[in-house]
Design a protein around this ligand. Sequence first.
Ligand SMILES: Cc1cc2nc3c(=O)[nH]c(=O)nc-3n(C[C@H](O)[C@H](O)[C@H](O)COP(=O)(O)O)c2cc1C
Length: 344
Amino acid sequence: MSVSSYTQRLLDAFAEQPFLLAPMAGVTDAPYRLMCRDHGARLAYSEMVSVAGLAHASEKTWDLVLPDEREPQICVQLFGSKPEQFSAAVRAVEERVGDKLTLIDLNMACPARKVTTKGEGSALMRTPDLAAEIVSACVSEAHVPVTVKMRVGYGAHDRNAPEFAARMAEAGASAVAVHGRTAGQLYQGTADWSIIDEVAAAVSVPVIGSGDVFSADDAVRMLTTTSASAVFCARGTYGNPWIFEDALEALRTGSPARVRDYRDRLGALRRHVELLARAGAHMARARTFAAWYLKGIPDAAAWRRRSVGCSTAEDFMRLVDDLDAAAADWYLDRGKVVARSIEA
Ligand SMILES: Cc1cc2nc3c(=O)[nH]c(=O)nc-3n(C[C@H](O)[C@H](O)[C@H](O)COP(=O)(O)O)c2cc1C
């Protein structure tokens, strides 16, 4: 299939649901993706997976790649620096994932030192020849669209995303994603959305925008005020898996997105714990997620302390039962959750 029909396939998917679950290492495992899919996410990305690791991968590594049986699709993100390892990884991922594989994304955005010191992730923005070679190697092997995720540039003052994106598109990328920060900025400062327009002006493939999408309204704003064809929801999904359906509804109706309250969040925490337990996941992950769902509730710090002490699915279920019991005493006062007994 030619690159342009791959691009069309992506545009069709974006037309249906332009708000995508971004790749997040340590976060977007199968239970997390299922939570988001339950609330409107269609395209959802795996955590980044090392192509070097996949060469002699354990089943644990493959768990990062393989979709749950209830997932209809997956976008797999790879990172590394050796074209031949990327080719082998593409072959292996296509073979193991099969028809559920929607696209393979190449990580040229990760700023972590342990990644960039090996010339991987965002460091590839400094070696465009190698980056283009990697894209070509993947495109010639793949039977799905290959896309590239990048930053504004590598160093604090670099801004080569437009030229870099053009080079990656020329090498065969069917879409590019840009996070509006340089690698040097890590996650600090404000994301610069103007880079999305600059990249879009430099390429003819669709651009996925990323950076500071903290709410459904932010997601709609990025889509409607920039040249992005789709928007990555990353930290904005923390404790808010509804961001996908809420943003889509706000986009369609033109009204501000719906506000979720503690009742929605307690229900989501229960469901998330169930999904993690069912996946046999390490329950330590639930401590992080619990803190996100519990934000803004009465006595939040004490509840968070209790969740840190939980280590089994049963511990978490007891916590959720106790939260539900406590919530019988809560009510909303101008958007703030208040406990009657504390107030009295
Ligand atoms: C915990 C965490 C892990 C991330 N892991 C990845 C990753 O594996 N691959 C990637 O391309 N980006 C990764 N990102 C970056 C996000 O996909 C996104 O581009 C970034 O968070 C900016 O969006 P936001 O400001 O709306 O969160 C990660 C971000 C966070 C917060």
